[in-house]
Design a protein around this ligand. Structure first.
Ligand SMILES: O=P(O)(O)OP(=O)(O)OP(=O)(O)OC[C@H]1O[C@@H](n2cnc3c(O)ncnc32)[C@H](O)[C@@H]1O
Ligand SMILES: [Mg+2]
Length: 195
């Protein structure tokens, strides 16, 4: 029987990255895309950590299993930390990646290069029916680009320029992203600190 990890997400990009990162340890990844009967989980927290916990705890309770929640997003310094926990719905409830990117670029159009710093943040929560929820966080620093570049990844990747690579996150291969991303760093924390 294969080992299984359940992730409380409906985001296909996240599912793909967790599959890639867990594959080497032989884990099969399940997500909310496999549990269609679970009602939408409301993300009412004020922090990434709170929302990751809400997602993980809700599904852990519903399934009576250990579940991982991922809440993540883009924090832009010149926008006072926006889109932050509103990253998914920044340009409206349709949750369009392209519209979200356009909105950030428009708000940043008069911001000079040196003030375009930003970071991706990923909080991962592990909830189980018996134990307290365990939370870790990872970040990945970058600069908001002038226009979307690249087609890999998902979400805000095309507008997140990484000076160290001289590429946007959407120009990295999956393997490259999974070595340096906010999600990868959170997962490394989880593996080194949980239990
Ligand atoms: O809540 P779930 O079901 O997990 O899926 P979601 O897409 O709503 O996920 P979040 O609430 O955590 O919102 C995250 C937002 O940040 C974006 N995001 C998260 N991780 C990202 C990454 O690695 N690269 C680019 N954008 C990312 C993503 O596209 C969303 O717009
Ligand atoms: Mg969400």
């Amino acid at each position: 029987m294969s080992k299984q990890i359940i992730i409380a997400t409906k985001n296909k990009g996240k599912v793909r990255e967790f599959e890639q990162m867990f594959a080497k340890d032989g884990y099969e990844v399940k997500s909310l895309l496999d549990y269609k009967d679970i009602p939408d989980i409301e993300e009412i927290g004020e922090t990434f950590a709170e929302n990751a916990s809400i997602k993980a705890e809700t599904l852990a309770k519903a399934l009576n299993e250990v579940v991982i929640g991922d809440d993540s997003g883009l924090v832009v310094d010149a926008l006072d930390g926006r889109p932050g926990v509103y990253s998914a719905r920044y340009a409206g409830l349709t949750k369009s990646d392209a519209a979200n990117n356009e909105k950030v670029l428009k708000e940043m159009q008069d911001i000079p290069s040196e003030d375009r710093t930003a970071r991706f943040v990923c909080a991962i929560a592990v909830a189980s029916p018996q134990e307290n929820t365990f939370i870790v966080e990872g970040t990945c620093e970058g600069v908001i680009a002038r226009e979307p570049v690249g087609t890999n990844g998902f979400g805000y990747d095309p507008i997140m320029f990484l000076p160290a690579f001289d590429k946007t996150m959407a120009q990295l291969t999956a393997n490259e992203k999974n070595e340096i991303s906010h999600r990868a760093k959170a997962l490394q924390q989880l593996i080194s600190k949980w239990k």
